[in-house]
Design a protein around this ligand. Structure first.
Ligand SMILES: [Zn+2]
Length: 304
């Protein structure tokens, strides 16, 4: 990996890559749903509903379920990107997540999810049209980045799809904040990253591994920013955190979700030792507050 030295407190040490899962040809597997989480007010046992009787109860969403997430693939003119469409379609990483979201949430209107050629490496949520746009360029860029970091093309593609799944959930976060007018404190960008991380960790088998591909992509692009001096040129008002900051925040959430299982993140310096305890508290607090924010909009607990 070529990283032999470390700037204390700034860059993580050698010991990467974290994206450790072999190509997972089955894509994501739903285990427990985020909404089945026990809440702090005395969660129900396994098999019980998530309703605690205190506030809005599950199954009585305050809005009519008048919409769904719906996925489409647009053609691409760029030949390289056009060649990605079938593999992305066959990987079907986003599809089960959309099914789950449609079972889980009452939506006031449809949300289109569109894979398309954007002209840039990115993903968007458009509040006017309630459309999530996922750019083919994003996958292409992740593949290049992971290949440049030593992955063979097939692994790089699967890690790229994992990273794309994170960005999909990040945009879903923006969509839910918009559609439900959720009272988010702090930056919506950070909140969307948190929701994406929590959804993957809590809702999907190997979700933490999926998340690690995104974490790794932030590490690699963050290192590119550092190396090119771009980090200093980024405007301080940019609404997205610098990629290394997003890397550290995700590492903190992964560690905080299971301090024993993910202790290696402290050992390798991805989570600074003095922050480890706070990450555990932060994860529990974020998970709880997202559960509370979304509970009024849950339709049902989807069967695993
Ligand atoms: Zn965003």
């Amino acid at each position: 990996m070529g990283m032999s030295s470390r700037s204390p407190g700034r860059l993580p040490p050698a010991g990467r890559p974290w994206r450790g899962s072999p190509a997972r040809l089955g894509g994501l597997v739903l285990t427990t749903a985020l909404l089945a989480l026990p809440t702090a007010c005395g969660g129900p046992g396994p098999g019980a509903t998530a309703s605690t009787g205190s506030d809005a109860s599950v199954g009585s969403a305050p809005i009519a379920d008048a919409g769904d997430f719906g996925l489409t693939y647009q053609p691409a003119e760029n030949r390289n990107l056009a060649g990605l469409i079938d593999p992305i379609r066959e990987a079907a990483v986003i599809e089960p997540e959309i099914d789950w979201l449609n079972q889980a949430f009452a939506l006031p209107r449809d949300v289109a999810v569109v894979w398309l050629e954007c002209g840039e490496d990115n993903a968007f949520y458009d509040t006017e049209t309630t459309t999530i746009e996922l750019c083919y360029e994003m996958v292409d860029d992740f593949v290049d980045r992971f290949e440049a970091d030593g992955d063979d093309p097939e692994d790089a593609f699967w890690y790229a799809m994992d990273a794309a799944a994170f960005f999909f959930h990040h945009e879903v976060g923006h969509a839910l904040v918009d559609l439900y007018a959720l009272p988010i404190t702090g930056r919506e960008e950070d909140a969307s990253d948190e929701l994406a991380a929590i959804t993957l960790i809590e809702g999907w088998e190997d979700g933490a591994l999926t998340l690690m591909a995104a974490m790794d992509s932030f590490y690699l692009s963050g290192m590119e920013e550092e190396a090119s001096g771009d980090a200093e040129d980024l405007p301080f008002w940019d609404e997205h955190a610098f990629d290394l900051q997003r890397f550290y925040r995700i590492a903190c959430l992964i560690y905080g979700s299971d301090a024993e299982e993910e202790a290696w993140l402290v050992e390798d310096g991805s989570v600074p030792e003095e922050q480890a305890e706070a990450c555990v508290d932060e994860y529990a607090q974020k998970r709880e507050s997202w559960s509370r924010l979304l509970e009024p909009y849950y339709l049902e607990t989807p069967a695993p």
